[in-house]
Design a protein around this ligand. Structure first.
Ligand code: CMX
Length: 140
C-alpha cells in the first residue's frame, strides 16, 4: 500500500548554485549534502513539512541517469518517490496491471529498498518506490 510521498527529486546542473537559490528564494537549508554512489548523484536533502523531503540531484558523471535527463530535458522535476510497506508485493501487483518496471525487485538504495517505474507507464513521470529501513546502502 502506498503510504505517503517520501521525496521529490529535482535534477540540477550545479548543486552549489541550486542550494544557494533555494536558500535565497525559499529560505530553506538542506539537512544534508551527500554523494549517493548507487545513483551516481550528489544530493542536497531538504525536509519540508511532515517528514517529506525534496532532493536536489546533481549527476556525478556522464553515465548517471540524471546526466542523461539534464541533457535531453534540462533542469526540473525528475521523479516522485512514494513510500510503501512491501515493495516486492507492490511491484508484483503493478507488473500484473501492465506497468513497465525498471526494477522488478527492490534493491538497496540510500533510504531503504528502492525500485523505479518507467515514466512511459505513469503519464511521463518517473516514479520511485521506497520501503524504508530494509536495506539502505550507499554502495553501488
Ligand atoms: N522523467 C520523465 N521522463 C523521463 C525521465 C524522467 N526522469 N528520464 C527519462 N525520461 C524519458 C526520456 O526523455 C525518454 O522520452 P522519449 O521516449 O519521449 O524520448 C523516455 O523517458 C525513455 O528514456 P530512455 O531513452 O530509456 O532514457 P534513459 O536511458 O535516460 O533512461 C530511465 C530513462 C527512466 C529508464 C532511467 O533514467 C532510469 O533507469 N531511472 C531510474 C534511476 C534514476 O533515475 N536514478 C536517479 C537518482 C534517483 C535518486 O537519487 O533517488
Amino acid at each position: 500500500m502506498i503510504k505517503r510521498v517520501h521525496h521529490i527529486g529535482i535534477a540540477v546542473k550545479d548543486l552549489k548554485e541550486s542550494v544557494a537559490l533555494f536558500e535565497c528564494i525559499l529560505g530553506l537549508k538542506p539537512v544534508s549534502i551527500e554523494d549517493a554512489p548507487c545513483q551516481k548523484v550528489s544530493e542536497a536533502i531538504y525536509e519540508v513539512g511532515d517528514g517529506m523531503e525534496i532532493d536536489l540531484l546533481e549527476p556525478t558523471g556522464p553515465e548517471s541517469a540524471v546526466a542523461r535527463f539534464l541533457e535531453k530535458r534540462g533542469e526540473g522535476l525528475h521523479h516522485i518517490c512514494f513510500e510503501v510497506d512491501d515493495i516486492d508485493a507492490e511491484l508484483k501487483a503493478m507488473e500484473e496491471k501492465g506497468v513497465q518496471l525498471i526494477d522488478r525487485q527492490g534493491r538497496d538504495g540510500v533510504a531503504g529498498k528502492i525500485a523505479f517505474l518507467h515514466p512511459r507507464s505513469v503519464n511521463g513521470v518517473l516514479v520511485e518506490l521506497v520501503q524504508p529501513g530494509s536495506g539502505g546502502s550507499n554502495n553501488p
